[in-house]
Design a protein around this ligand. Structure first.
Ligand code: XMP
Length: 310
């Protein structure tokens, strides 16, 4: 199907579904939620409320950057600052699935409040085909599948879910996003998981540990900008490693650089990164993040590893 036909069809379908009601979209700035937000805005105009939940797990400068991009398209985005609530929910959790559950509950509690406040009865969501396949396959629970938390999309909070992208894979979503006028910083953006930097912090997720991963992520993204990998990230291990500082033993953080090539994130291969690029990233990490004493590059494909560490 032609992209324009797809966009026109989805716009009409959203308009028909929502009718005279109101809808709300939780924008994350990723290509999926951005594309479905623009589609819904086309369909509904001011009947769509767009919120960006700042969960404290975003990359550096992300909330303001996303708000700016959407302002450029004439779409108002309300930033909801909820970091404290997410960190409180994640405190004392070490198990990956428990962390995912805590994140989901915090997300729906914050988002649920926004929904009630907005009076919306429709939730616009950027679910794509891979999310559905991976969740059905039991690989891991994606936070954006309502059924996973026992909410019946037809009843639940009393709202219905609008998922205009659920038949598409990522490359098709990018084409749609481009056609909808989203800039390259969004349509060519690396995938970034709903639970944000949480999926890259092994062990307890605290503001301090997220800050380490945030800085390391920025260094990886800067370092690999020219190589344009499918997805690149930094991970903080839960164990510490021995290092040396000023002649003394120092027990510090271990950061892993992960960069992969993939078509649709279902399978992936490590990016062949030139040695000097790896060394530059490693040097920056230990220099700019005082707690880091070791940096490693991960060589595992998917499968058997997943892309994220959680
Ligand atoms: P994995 O780690 O399963 O990831 O190989 C495949 C792709 O999905 C992203 N990912 C998520 N995206 N919510 C999302 O929206 C999630 O809970 C989630 N977990 C993983 C991951 O970044 C990769 O692109």
């Amino acid at each position: 199907m032609k992209i324009k036909t797809f966009c026109d069809r989805q716009t009409k379908a959203i308009r028909r579904m929502v009718g005279e009601g109101k809808a709300i979209s939780a924008l994350s700035g990723g290509v999926d939620s951005s594309a479905c937000t623009v589609l819904a805005h086309r369909a509904l105009g001011s009947k769509l409320k767009v919120v960006f939940i700042d969960d404290g797990l975003m990359r550096e400068g992300e909330p303001a950057e996303v708000k700016g991009v959407f302002a450029g398209l004439g779409i108002k985005v309300d930033i909801v600052r909820a970091g404290e609530e997410f960190f409180a929910a994640l405190a004392g959790k070490f198990d990956p699935e428990e962390k995912r559950k805590a994140f989901r509950q915090a997300f729906y509690s914050v988002f649920g409040r926004e929904v009630l406040r907005s009076g919306a009865r429709f939730l616009v969501q950027g679910t794509i085909k891979a999310d559905i396949i991976e969740t059905k396959g039991g690989v891991k629970t994606q936070h954006n599948i309502l059924e996973q938390i026992g909410i019946d999309p037809e009843k639940g909070f009393g709202f219905k879910v609008v998922e205009p992208l659920k038949e598409l894979f990522k490359p098709e979503v990018r084409t749609v996003a481009k056609a909808l006028g989203l800039p390259e910083s969004i349509h060519a953006r690396m995938p970034f998981p709903g639970p944000g930097l949480m999926t890259r912090v092994l062990g307890e997720v605290t503001p301090e540990r997220v800050a380490v991963v945030r800085k390391a992520t920025k260094i990886v993204e800067d370092g690999l900008k020219k190589l344009k990998p499918f997805q690149a990230l930094a991970v903080l291990l839960s164990d510490k490693g021995t290092g040396i500082e000023g002649g003394a033993r120092k027990f510090g953080d271990i950061v892993i650089i992960r960069s992969v090539e993939s078509r649709d994130a279902m399978t992936a291969k490590p990016t062949p990164i030139p040695w000097d690029v790896l060394m530059r990233m490693s040097r920056r990490m230990v220099k700019e993040i005082p707690s880091v004493v070791r940096v490693a590059y991960e060589l595992t494909p998917k499968p058997p590893a997943t892309i994220e560490y959680i």
